[in-house]
Design a protein around this ligand. Sequence first.
Ligand code: BGC
Length: 457
Amino acid sequence: MKVHKLSAGFIYFFGALGGLLFGYDTGVISGAILFISKQLTLTKWQEGWVVSAVLVGAILGAAVIGPMSDRFGRKKLLLLSSIIFLVGAVWSGLAPDFAHLVASRIVLGLAVGGASSLIPTYLSEMAPADKRGGVASLFQMMIMTGILVAYISNYLLQDLTFGWRIMLALAALPALALFFGGLVLPESPRYLVRRGDNEAAREVLAMFSKDEKMVEAELGDIELQAAAKTGGLSDLFGPLSRPVLIMAMGLAIFQQTMGCNTVLYYAPTIFTDIGFGVSAALMAHIGIGIFNVIVTWVAVMIMDKIDRKKMLIYGAWGMGISLILMSVGMQLSGTGKFGSYLAAIALTIYIAFFSATWGPVMWVMIGESFPLNIRGLGNSFGAVVNWTANTIVSLTFPPLLSAFGTGNLFYLYAVMCFISIWFVHKFTIETRGRSLEQIEASLRHRKNHLNDAPVAN
Ligand code: BGC
């Protein structure tokens, strides 16, 4: 295979770019729906469909596209996702009616789900072990940037009659960039070795390290793991990957049930409560978007310096406590300004903790932990669980909100934060600083010793 010589920065940027479309396509609809609903005269039920169609598509996309990457390579599937993004963006921008809009948003979802099941693995496989956490976190960085761009376009286009069409179609630009960047991106060296193209794998590894000895050592390690033939569901649920499977499922479920998307969704309301006008609340939303990007950048910088497990535990404490303060603030907000300010400050702290910890760490860990012969399948499984949990939380949010009231509902998500601390202690495996091959070797070691008699103390 021909390998284009590129800088590591270029590869990481285009490798992560699909995250921008993920963020944009999920974020843009909150602003666009108000105008779509008026112009296409949608019922509440139809509105719900337009918003959640991407989630449904994402479950399907993650289930189908990710596993194919173990067989056909990460790059080809990334290119396919960029084409689906492009089609979905143009189609949704031109959609004449409700049916077209929902269908096009499901198509967009396929690409969003595909990206989430490919990119964490692709980035993990490209990066040297000591930089892998930071590099793989670029995915979350792109998601947050996409959400910010969506908020800005919502704000700028709110007065145009057909502004929503431009909002939706704008995603075609990064999709095109992803396509052209994707054409020259190298294939993952892990996949190349599995296909027997060790020479191309060596060339790719050499783009990230000038030290020839290191490159040869890494290639040797990869060759050892690459001999296993592509695995299927029986391997995914088998004893070797079981610990990682449990970890991935738990992290994916907790990331959503700790309420990240509901809090983001609720942010403008909380700011309107403090007395911001609607337009000022939307501006505050943009402010939160900028803050998110900055905090995620901090996460990229510290990801390889602090153990992933510690980040998850600190993050869950921070998110749980700030959710409690936010609920208290909301309950007090009727009695004066203090409560509303408390809620707004707690919300900002919650977002900071999420963006610095659970946001990126979950995706990093599901991308790096599975054995090579089922890595695409494993990442994809984690992504499917995450999108399913996301859909359930979104669909249950409105009825739970009317049953419990805003203040009380956020206590429920706080409880999930505290349970996640127990889960992380008990079921996660530390991956920081270890090569993908060392992580896999430790799983094999563990499996081989499963039946050993316990050592007497
Ligand atoms: C989560 C998404 C969320 C996004 C922005 C991602 O890590 O998986 O559900 O919308 O971060 O907060």
